[in-house]
Ligand binder design. Structure first.
Ligand SMILES: Cc1cc2nc3c(=O)[nH]c(=O)nc-3n(C[C@H](O)[C@H](O)[C@H](O)COP(=O)(O)OP(=O)(O)OC[C@H]3O[C@@H](n4cnc5c(N)ncnc54)[C@H](O)[C@@H]3O)c2cc1C
Length: 404
């Protein structure tokens, strides 16, 4: 097979994973990443089902487990921190809401990037500004002023992909699901060692803390923007400046008990504060000629599903495998990639029962009902059924493309 010159934009999860597979297969791969410095930490993500097999085939599973969070599970807690429902990580066959393989997104990205660097060229602190396709390739202009020719260009820049914006006429691809989520590190220690604690407040608000490896915690503050949301949150649009984002969170979380006041106090001191409007990406097709999307750029399922990382890892594996199988013919490979992935993505994009309302219940009564149904789901007869439901939504018959 002739080696292809491939440009991948974005070095999160899908980008370095694809770079590793294509580089190992002998292609000439460049990864361009907008951020100068790799972002460590961030939110915890879980790796499920077929994605675990992908990491094993990459030879990286041991590294991922060593860097993992090893959480005991999650608990819904009341205003005073009293545990109402406890869901251990082993519930639902290890693939439940908190899965057995949990790792910080930044740590997973670093493991993938370190492995890929032996096979790819990296261009950090730069980004694509224009893409012009012609019969034999794609002419790419970079923000730093240079222009280069590539055989293929891959957009792996997450939900708000630049490649998608430049090459796909898809202004409605990003579909907000009606919630805003922020996360940041705090020096507060976890209320209970190894446990992820979540506190829901009426008005569709949720505060949570997750243990970090350094003894501190990652705080999560999330709220709905639609009907039934707290007054300050109703119809809220994410402000642009950090100060305004902090002010919005402070006003939405006024009156929320538990650790919420301490988390709000810690928020301005966090160096890794991040806030985003939760959204899914839905697109009719994932390629245009020689340009293709992978991971969240193609099909973000939103953090609510816990499937984004798995879809990104599996998508990168399938895209690389189909390119090899088609001996580098991108037309055949891109069509097959989509055929193989579509149903898995469709299931991965299904929001958990109750959707945003289930995640952020409106009233005290609804919070109680959600907790009661979670308690029932973890009881023996139902938990077996739920394990099957979780494994079906994660289930995917991973093709074997052989070892590059
Ligand atoms: C709070 C939260 C919790 C989550 N929990 C889970 C979970 O439990 N399980 C799960 O599977 N998933 C979870 N996710 C989702 C998961 O993080 C994503 O699905 C996954 O990271 C997608 O990988 P990606 O490589 O497609 O995109 P990303 O990881 O977003 O990486 C994109 C990369 O592209 C770079 N980039 C962006 N724009 C440009 C540009 N113009 N030029 C060059 N580079 C660019 C970015 O800097 C980044 O490095 C969660 C997400 C959040 C926010």
């Amino acid at each position: 097979m002739t080696a292809l010159k491939v440009l991948i934009s974005g070095s999160g999860i899908a980008g370095p994973a694809l770079g590793l597979w294509l580089g190992r297969a002998g292609h000439d791969v460049t990864i361009v990443e907008r951020d100068m410095e790799a972002r460590t930490g961030g939110q915890a993500v879980d790796v499920r089902g077929a994605a675990r097999t992908v990491l094993e085939r990459m030879g990286l599973m041991a590294d991922v487990i060593a860097a993992g969070l090893h959480e005991a599970g999650f608990a819904y807690v009341g205003r005073r921190g009293d545990v109402d429902v406890r869901v251990p990580v082993t519930a639902f066959g290890g693939d439940g809401i908190v899965a057995e393989v949990e790792i910080f997104r930044g740590a997973l990205s670093e493991i993938l990037r370190d492995a890929a660097l032996a096979h790819v060229t990296e261009r950090r602190g730069d980004s694509i500004t224009s893409l012009v396709q012609h019969e034999r390739g794609v002419r790419v202009a970079f923000a730093h002023g240079e222009e280069q020719e590539f055989d293929l260009v891959v957009g792996a820049e997450g939900t708000r992909s630049q490649v998608r914006r430049l090459a796909f006429d898809a202004p409605t691809a990003v579909r907000p699901i009606g919630a805003i989520m922020s996360y940041f590190s705090t020096p507060l220690s976890a209320p209970e060692r190894g446990w992820f604690h979540m506190h829901s407040a009426p008005g569709r608000r949720m505060a949570a803390v997750r243990p970090n490896l350094d003894g501190g915690t990652t705080a999560l503050l999330s709220f709905a923007t639609g009907a039934g949301a707290a007054a300050a949150a109703r119809g809220a649009v994410l402000p642009r400046t950090l100060a305004d984002q902090h002010a919005l969170l402070r006003s939405v979380f006024t009156g929320v008990g538990w650790l919420a006041p301490k988390l709000l106090d810690a928020m301005p001191h966090a160096s890794d504060f991040h806030v985003d409007e939760l959204a899914q990406v839905r697109l009719g097709g994932w390629s245009r000629g020689r340009i293709v999307l992978v991971g969240d750029a193609a099909h973000s399922p939103s953090p609510l599903t816990g499937m984004g990382t798995s879809l990104a890892l599996v998508g990168a594996y399938v895209l690389a495998g189909e390119l090899t199988r088609a001996a580098g013919d991108h037309r055949i490979a891109f069509a097959r990639y989509e055929q193989v992935m579509r149903d898995y993505v469709r299931r991965g994009q299904q929001l958990p029962p109750g959707g945003v309302d289930g995640f952020l219940p409106r009233t005290r009564l609804a919070i109680g009902a959600r907790n009661a149904s979670m308690r029932a789901m973890t009881s023996p007869p139902l938990s077996r059924l739920m394990s099957r439901v979780f494994s079906q939504s994660d289930g995917f018959d991973l093709p074997d493309y052989g070892r590059p």
